[in-house]
Design a protein around this ligand. Structure first.
Ligand code: MN
Length: 741
C-alpha cells in the first residue's frame, strides 16, 4: 500500500475527529502518532481476507470518531487496541510513547479480549460485572464496543464456530451494555449483525419484506411528512424530519412478543422531528401543530421529556392517524435530545461543559446502570465523580477470577489466592501451599485482580497455618480456618485429658469435675478445655496440677470437707515459686540483657533464649520466670508467651536489650519457594557472600512443586536479620521469606 494511501486515510480520520469531537479539542499529533505506531506494529499482519491487519484498528478508531466521539485519547487508544496482541510491542512501549492514560486503556482492552478468547460466557450477568470490574476507565469499554462492532461487520471472514460464539456473546453482553450506555445506534447494529449470523433465514425474511415495501413506504412517508414540514416552516421552526425503519432484531422481537406476522405490525418505522432549539417547550408546541394536522391516539402519547427514560432518553412520542387511516409513530425532540438518544454516553461528554445535563441526572443514570446490572445496588460511590475522570470504579468491591477450567468465582475486594482456594472447596483451602496467578507463582497473600486465572497448588501434607487468618478476607475462609483450629485444639485437648486422667488413676486420686474446674480456673486456665490443651502441648502441666491437687487434698482430707476450697488455701500452693517471682519483680523491676559481666545471667539470675521464637537484639522481648531454669527470654509477640501470659501474667516481666553487646544470636527464617535443583546452594551462598553470617541449620521440606524451609542463622541483631530476609525474598525462586516463630 502506498504511503499516499495511508496519508489520505489519516487525513480522513482526523477530519472526522475534528468534526465530531471539535477541532480545538483534538490533538492531531497524538492521533497521527498512534496511527503510525499501529501501522508499524501491524505491518506484517493480515486479516483473514488477506487485507492488511491495520485496517481493523483503523476502522475501530473510525467507529469511535463517528459513533462514540468522546475525545482524542479514545480514538488513539482504538488505533492501538490490538498492538499488544499481534505485534512485538509491549505495554511498556505503549506507555513510553503515549503515557499512562492510553496504556491503561490499551491494556484493559487487551485483557478483556483475553477473557472472551479464553472463557466461555456462562453466566451473562456475572460476565457483565466482570467486564465492569476490569474496566477501570470507561473508555476501555467504549473501545471494546467499537472493536466488537467492527468484528461483527467483518464477521463473515471467520470460521462458522467463531461467528456463532461472537454473535452470542454480543447479544448477551455487548448489546445490552451498549443500550445501558445509551448507544442506541451501536446497539441496533450489533443486534442486527448478530441476529443475521445466528438466524439467517428469519433475518432475510424480515429484511426482504421490508425491502419489498420500500417504494410504497417512501411514497407514503413523503405524503405524510409534507404537511408537517409546511406547517413547521410557517411557524419559523428550524428543524429536520427523518424517518427510520426500526431495526430488524427489534421487529423480530416484537413479532415474538405480540405473536403476529410482520404484515400486522404497524409501527415498523417512526417519523422523527428534530428541532434545532435549546428550548424543550418548543417540542410541545410542535406537538400541538402536528396534532392539528393528524388526529393523535391519546393513549399512545408519551412524554419522555418531563419524565425521561431511565437511561436518560428524552423525546415526545405520539401516534397519529394518517389521511389513509394508518397509525404512524412520531417522535419530537431537540437536537441535543436526539444526539443523546443516538450517542448516549458520548453525547454526555459533548454537552457536559454546557452544564445542560445536570449532575443529578448523570448520577441517576449511573445509578441505573449499576442497579440494573447488579440487581442489588450498593451505591456508595459518587457517580458524578466517576464521570468526571472517566473512571468507572463500579465494581471495586468485587473481584472476578477464573479457575483453570474456566469457572468464574466472585470474591470481595482484597481477596487473596488463599480465599480463592477456600472458595473452590474447604479441602483445597486446607491443603493449599501455593498459587499461580496467570501462570506465575505468587505468595498466598497477594491481592487478586479481576480477570485473572488462579491455579491453586495443594499438598496432602499441608495443614492450615495460624497466620492464614490474617491473609484471608472471605467469611468462608475465615470460618473454615477457625473451625480447623478449634477442632485441632479439641483434638490436642482430648489427648491432654487422656494423659491427665491416666496420671490421676496412677496416683489413685479422685476428683470431681466441678472441683477440678474451680482449681484450674484458680490456676488461671480459662476452662477445662484450655487446661487439657495445655497438657496436650506440654505433658508436665499435668504433673504440676497433680502436685497442686495432692497438696490441697491433704488439707481437704484433714478437714473432711471434700469439694470446698477456701481462697487462702490455694494461695499457699507453690508458695516457694510465688515468692521467687515476687522477689524478682520487686528487687529488679525491669531488667536488661547484656548488663552483667557473666554472659549467662542477668543481674544474678540465670537466663536463656526461647527456641520457639529465637529473640535477637532489636526484638521487643519479655522474660518468663520458669520453675527451675531461671528466666526464659521470648519475643513479645511469640504465640507461646501470649498463652503463658494468659495462664499467669505474674510470671512475665519486662526485659530490655543492652544495644552495645557484641555477640551473635540465633535468628530464624522461613522460606517458601519453587523447588528446583541448586536452589539451597544459591540461598546459602547468597547469605554467606552478602552478610558473612554462619548458618546453624537448614531444614527443607518439598511440597509438590514448592518447598518450605527453615534457616537458623547466627546474627548480630534484628536489623541484620531483616536485611537478610529482604535479600532472600527478592530471589526469583522465592515466594516468601519471613521471620521464623
Ligand atoms: Mn480488535
Amino acid at each position: 500500500m502506498s504511503s499516499n494511501f495511508y496519508k489520505k486515510k489519516l487525513e480522513e480520520l482526523l477530519f472526522v475527529c475534528k468534526r465530531n469531537i471539535g477541532s480545538e479539542k483534538v490533538n492531531e499529533d497524538l492521533i497521527s502518532k498512534a496511527f503510525r505506531f499501529a501501522l508499524e506494529a501491524h505491518k506484517n499482519d493480515k486479516r483473514a481476507t488477506g487485507e492488511p491487519y491495520f485496517h481493523h484498528p483503523y476502522e475501530v478508531a473510525m467507529i469511535m470518531a463517528k459513533e462514540i466521539p468522546i475525545d482524542d485519547v479514545s480514538v488513539a487508544s482504538a488505533l492501538l487496541h490490538d498492538v499488544l496482541e499481534d505485534s512485538e510491542f509491549t505495554i511498556k512501549d505503549v506507555r513510553a510513547e503515549f503515557g499512562d492514560e492510553i496504556a491503561e486503556i490499551v491494556e484493559g482492552a487487551s485483557q478483556i479480549e483475553g477473557i472472551f478468547e479464553n472463557y466461555e460466557i456462562t453466566v451473562a450477568d456475572s460476565f457483565k460485572k466482570l467486564l465492569l470490574s476490569m474496566a477501570s476507565d470507561l473508555r476501555i469499554l467504549l473501545v471494546k464496543f467499537a472493536d466488537r462492532l467492527h468484528n461483527l461487520r467483518t464477521i463473515e471472514q471467520l470460521p462458522q464456530q467463531r461467528q456463532i460464539r461472537i454473535a452470542q456473546d454480543t447479544l448477551e453482553i455487548f448489546a445490552p451494555f451498549a443500550h445501558r450506555f445509551g448507544l442506541s445506534n451501536i446497539k441496533a447494529e450489533m443486534e442486527d449483525l448478530s441476529f443475521k449470523c445466528l438466524n439467517r433465514n428469519v433475518y432475510d425474511d424480515i429484511a426482504n419484506k421490508l425491502k419489498e415495501r420500500k417504494r410504497e413506504r417512501d411514497k407514503f412517508l413523503k405524503r405524510f411528512i409534507e404537511p408537517i414540514d409546511e406547517a413547521l416552516k410557517k411557524e419559523n421552526y428550524k428543524f429536520e424530519i427523518t424517518s427510520r425503519v426500526k431495526h430488524i432484531y427489534s421487529i423480530y422481537r416484537k413479532m415474538l412478543r405480540i405473536n403476529k406476522p410482520i404484515d400486522e405490525i404497524y409501527d415498523l418505522f417512526a417519523v422523527r422531528v428534530i428541532l434545532d432549539t435549546a428550548n424543550k417547550y418548543d417540542c410541545f408546541s410542535a406537538y400541538g401543530i402536528i396534532s392539528q394536522i393528524y388526529i393523535p391516539v391519546p393513549e399512545r402519547f408519551k412524554d419522555y421529556i418531563s419524565l425521561p427514560k431511565q437511561n436518560g432518553y428524552q423525546s415526545i412520542h405520539t401516534t397519529v392517524v394518517s389521511k389513509e387511516g394508518k397509525l404512524v409513530e412520531v417522535q419530537i425532540r431537540t437536537r441535543e435530545m436526539h444526539e443523546f438518544a443516538e450517542k448516549g454516553i458520548a453525547a454526555h461528554w459533548k454537552y457536559k461543559e454546557n452544564i445542560r445535563i445536570s449532575d443529578k441526572k448523570l448520577e441517576e443514570w449511573m445509578k441505573w446502570i449499576r442497579e440494573t446490572i447488579e440487581n442489588a445496588g450498593k451505591d456508595d460511590v459518587s457517580s458524578s465523580q466517576i464521570f468526571e475522570s472517566f473512571k468507572l470504579n463500579l465494581y471495586q468491591d468485587e473481584i472476578y477470577c477464573f479457575t483453570p477450567k474456566g469457572e468464574l468465582k466472585i470474591l470481595p475486594y482484597g481477596a487473596t489466592p488463599l480465599d480463592f482456594a477456600f472458595e473452590i472447596h474447604t479441602e483445597i483451602g486446607m491443603r493449599c501451599i501455593g498459587a499461580k496467578v496467570n501462570g506465575k507463582i505468587v505468595s498466598l497473600d497477594t491481592p487478586l485482580k479481576s480477570g485473572s486465572q488462579v491455579e491453586i497448588i495443594t499438598s496432602k501434607n499441608q495443614t492450615p497455618k495460624k497466620d492464614w487468618e490474617k491473609i484471608v478476607v472471605t467469611q468462608k475462609a475465615k470460618a473454615d480456618i477457625r473451625k480447623y483450629f478449634n477442632t485441632e485444639k479439641r483434638k490436642i485437648a482430648l489427648k491432654g485429658k487422656d494423659i491427665f486422667e491416666k496420671k490421676l488413676k496412677k496416683k489413685k486420686i479422685h476428683i470431681n469435675e466441678d472441683e477440678l474446674i474451680r482449681i484450674v480456673q484458680k490456676y488461671r486456665y480459662k476452662d477445662l478445655l484450655n487446661f487439657y490443651y495445655a497438657i496436650g502441648i506440654e505433658e508436665s502441666r499435668a504433673d504440676e496440677m497433680i502436685g497442686i491437687i495432692l497438696n490441697k487434698s491433704k488439707i481437704l482430707t484433714a478437714e473432711q470437707t471434700p469439694g470446698l476450697i477456701k481462697e487462702t488455701e490455694l494461695s499457699t500452693i507453690d508458695l516457694k515459686h510465688e515468692k521467687f517471682i515476687k522477689e524478682i519483680r520487686e528487687s529488679i523491676g525491669s531488667i536488661t540483657i547484656g548488663d552483667s559481666s557473666d554472659p549467662n545471667t542477668i543481674q544474678g539470675i540465670k537466663y536463656d533464649f526461647a527456641k520457639c521464637c529465637n529473640p535477637i537484639p532489636g526484638d521487643e522481648v519479655v522474660g518468663y520466670i520458669t520453675r527451675t531454669e531461671g528466666l526464659r527470654i521470648h519475643r513479645r509477640n511469640c504465640n507461646n508467651i501470649i498463652n503463658l501470659y494468659l495462664m499467669d501474667p505474674n510470671r512475665i516481666i519486662d526485659v530490655n536489650w543492652n544495644i552495645s553487646i557484641h555477640d551473635t544470636f540465633s535468628g530464624g527464617i522461613v522460606i517458601i519457594g519453587e523447588d528446583r535443583k541448586g536452589l539451597v546452594n544459591e540461598i546459602t551462598e547468597l547469605i554467606s557472600k552478602n552478610f558473612g553470617v554462619n548458618i546453624k541449620s537448614i531444614n527443607i521440606n518439598t511440597k509438590g512443586s514448592l518447598f518450605e524451609g527453615t534457616l537458623i542463622l547466627e546474627v548480630k541483631d534484628l536489623k541484620q536479620l531483616n536485611s537478610i530476609i529482604e535479600k532472600i525474598s527478592h530471589h526469583k525462586s522465592i515466594i516468601r521469606a519471613s521471620r521464623f516463630g
